[in-house]
Design a binder for this molecule. Structure first.
Ligand code: F6R
Ligand code: MN
Length: 203
């Protein structure tokens, strides 16, 4: 492999930006159906359509064994009791793992195996690394009051598969209760809101 490829990237860990690299942004309207509290989502969207998160991807090479990485900035906030979060995805190449490096702010990663049987909430904050194994759906959640900035490093061949999560979402949700992030079953939170058992984003 040639050393003529892009070798060095400088980034700002406080703003979550890479000078010269464009951002891919996700607004509240892009996450229709992802948050449990439908009334809170509609009310928020009728007021504004803020950017929830932005990513700056760097893809130096795409051969076998190469890596890609992305700097991300996830804003603080909530829809109802549920914290702002990313859509979440599997890697299209299921065996592909990923390393997340926390840079600024505080939050967590929701990790779920494909059968939906094992679900873990792992802290993501400055000076911490989260290892996301292959075959694992992953979502980032900002539970703090400032932007959560992190770097994700993954195989160039990983790809993104958003379909399963967009359809059935994660089994668990992270909500604020008594000022603290709390992991609940999605169905239990839906029931508490009087929204019945349907967990489908298109319901
Ligand atoms: C790449 C990766 C992250 C996410 C970022 C945004 O594989 O996991 O860079 O892409 O956290 O989340 P999604 O892609 O779920 O909208
Ligand atoms: Mn990923």
């Amino acid at each position: 492999m040639s050393l003529a490829i892009h070798l060095l990237t400088r980034f700002d860990p406080h703003t979550g930006t890479i000078p010269g690299v464009g951002e891919s942004v996700r607004r509240l309207s892009d996450l229709r159906g992802y948050f449990v509290d439908e009334a809170a989502y509609s009310a928020a969207l009728s007021q504004a359509d803020p950017i929830l998160y932005a990513t700056s991807g760097v893809e130096p090479a795409a051969g076998a064994g190469d890596l890609h990485y992305a700097l991300a900035r996830l804003m603080p906030g909530r829809i109802g009791r549920e914290y702002y979060m990313t859509k979440g995805h599997y890697h299209a190449w299921r065996p592909a793992a990923e390393v997340y490096v926390g840079l600024s702010g505080s939050g967590a990663m929701l990790l779920e195996d494909e059968a939906g049987e094992a679900c873990r909430l792992v802290p993501l904050e400055a000076n911490s690394v989260v290892y996301v194994p292959g075959y694992t759906a992953h979502r980032t959640i900002n539970t703090g009051a400032t932007p959560l900035i992190y770097l994700g490093i993954y195989p160039a061949a990983a790809g993104h598969d958003y379909g399963a999560i967009a359809t059935r979402n994660f089994r668990k949700v992270v909500v604020e209760i008594d000022g603290r992030p709390t992991l609940l079953d999605r169905l239990a939170y839906r029931a508490a809101l009087g929204q019945g058992a349907g967990a489908h984003r298109h319901a």
